[in-house]
Design a protein around this ligand. Structure first.
Ligand code: B12
Length: 210
């Protein structure tokens, strides 16, 4: 773990340029992109989460850390995303209404694209109508929903009920995720699958379309 200490510390301090530079350096020396992602970038962000919880840092610091993490992820993207792969299927994804967290969702998008899925990302704070309009327009195989707050997790169930009312539920598989979500909660909400992290999300997506 310690070999990525400098990257983790730069994520925590929100030094985006430094993170980019260090990730480039690691890639050049042959480090595994998945290892950099998990042990440097995600590990750094986990540390940020702990400091946020214990009030050691506040929203502005978390925002600059999230930006630094995003820069790191963008630097890794070409190494993680496969080239010239035939789309496995289409995934429509978004963070639910009332929720603006997108670091984890963006990672899921990147890993899905890397695995060969076409991804339509509706962004953050996505209301039910936006999901339903996009299902009608893009006819995705899978709809992915993210929620990072206990107060917004309930949107999964509300959205799925709306899809049912409009006759859209049978047309798609539904996968949900986010730090406070569990497999049990996902299934109780009416989803078909729960993705614990970005790698699990890819595995579940592949299962859902097979
Ligand atoms: C970064 C962050 C922010 C940033 C968001 C920046 C951004 N662009 O995303 C900012 C500063 C804006 C923010 C704001 C707030 N936050 Co905040 N935030 C975090 C923090 C520290 C890290 C989240 C993160 O990026 N993690 C790193 C990524 C990689 O992990 P992840 O998101 O879990 O994603 C992984 C999996 O969950 C999964 N996954 C994610 N999405 C999806 C989707 C699908 C379809 C699938 C299958 C899988 C999947 O795969 C991902 C990759 O492995 C967490 C702490 C934590 N421990 O989660 C708090 C946290 C989520 N925030 C919290 C709170 C309270 C807030 C605020 C209400 C604070 C406030 N008082 O204003 C606001 C709410 C704003 C809003 N309306 O949404 C609480 C939530 C508590 C709760 N139980 O509800 C947490 C847990 C912090 C805490 N311990 O108190 N936050």
């Amino acid at each position: 773990m310690d070999k990525f200490k400098e990257i983790r510390e730069s994520v925590i301090k929100g030094k985006a340029e430094k993170v980019k530079e260090l990730v480039e350096k690691e890639l050049a020396t042959g480090a595994s992109p998945i290892e950099i992602l998990n042990e440097a970038l995600i590990a750094g962000m986990t540390e940020v989460g702990k400091k946020f919880k214990t009030l050691e840092i506040f929203v502005p610091e978390v925002l600059v850390a999230a930006r630094a993490m995003t820069w790191g992820v963008e630097t890794l993207k070409p190494s993680l995303v496969g080239k010239d792969v035939k789309p496995l299927g289409t995934v429509l994804i978004g963070t639910v209404k009332g929720d603006i967290h997108d670091v984890g969702k963006n990672l899921v998008v990147m890993m899905l694209e890397g695995a060969g899925f076409k991804v339509i990302d509706l962004g953050i704070n996505v209301p039910s109508e936006k999901f339903t309009e996009a299902i009608k327009e893009h006819k995705p195989n899978i709809v992915g929903m993210a929620a990072l707050l206990t107060t917004t997790m309930g949107e999964f169930k509300k959205n799925i009920e709306t899809f049912k009312k409009l006759g859209l539920r049978e047309q798609v598989k539904i996968m949900v995720g986010g730090a406070p979500v569990s497999e049990k909660y996902a299934i109780e909400s009416g989803a078909d699958a729960y993705g614990e992290d970005a790698i699990d999300a890819v595995e579940k997506a592949k299962k859902l379309i097979s």
